[in-house]
Design a protein around this ligand. Sequence first.
Ligand code: CP
Ligand code: NVA
Length: 301
Amino acid sequence: MRHFLTLLDITPDEARHILKRAKKIKSKLKEGKAHRPLEGKTLAMIFEKASTRTRVSFETGMFQMGGHALFLHSSTTQLGRGEPIEDSARVLSGMVDGVMIRTFAHETLQCFADHASVPVINGLTDGNHPCQILTDVFTYEELRGSIEDKTVAWVGDGNNMAHSWINGAVTFGYRLRIASPEGYGPDESIVMAARSLGADVSVTHDPLEAVANADLVTTDVWASMGQEDEQAIREKAFADFCVDSRVISYAKPDALFMHCLPAHRGEEVSADVIDGSQSVVWLEAENRLHAQKGLLEFLMS
Ligand code: CP
Ligand code: NVA
């Protein structure tokens, strides 16, 4: 029984296996062939935050693989009324075959996983968003081949997405250049841990330095879910961190642009970049379905 709370919960070989299976599962779907390894299995999906892509991709993925997904929002379950996480984990483990959780503190997810006897998947916490990086690497490789030794530039907040990109540098062997405003960089302990595992991760305050010669440029919102009241102060701090046509022109001419979405055009990315020829955000969003089916098969079948 395995959990997927961060990318470091799986080995590089396992990550490679999942992406290989995802590719196969995607092509089967496109050919109209059924792939139902999760017949009779149920995934509970706990959401304490909003979601479009994560919910739809997990729910659709479970259905396509012959299983079933349950949407549980904290506002309509006993979790939202204070039932202990530990108790909820034990109860759900008795009825379902896997649990996906989107919550605030990473510790909540960890606590749930510690008391669950079925696989637990991180559907985003304040700390990490590993399913998205699995997908983004899948998408890069679908379009450009191996991401190993390529340069990924992260421009913006040192948030959950940035942390998972850092862990992904360990798993997938790309170089990672992060540019964040002073005071908004990634968690130093996550950077140090990745470096100690051999990852090439650098952190700067200069977006152009990070983007120079990059193969992939990516960003995310300035204020994540739960930080809505910091929006105004963050808009000031991040004013020089918009990925616009000037910034992306410092990357390689064939560099791709990714964004996990939802995006704020005119803030972290200009409309001409996200809607432009280097952007692959719609394929990236679709690939949540395929990459996570590879993950679900690995964890639950
Ligand atoms: N990228 C992503 O996780 O999107 P949702 O918030 O819509 O699930
Ligand atoms: N950093 C964003 C990602 C959304 C998918 C957030 O946590 O709101």
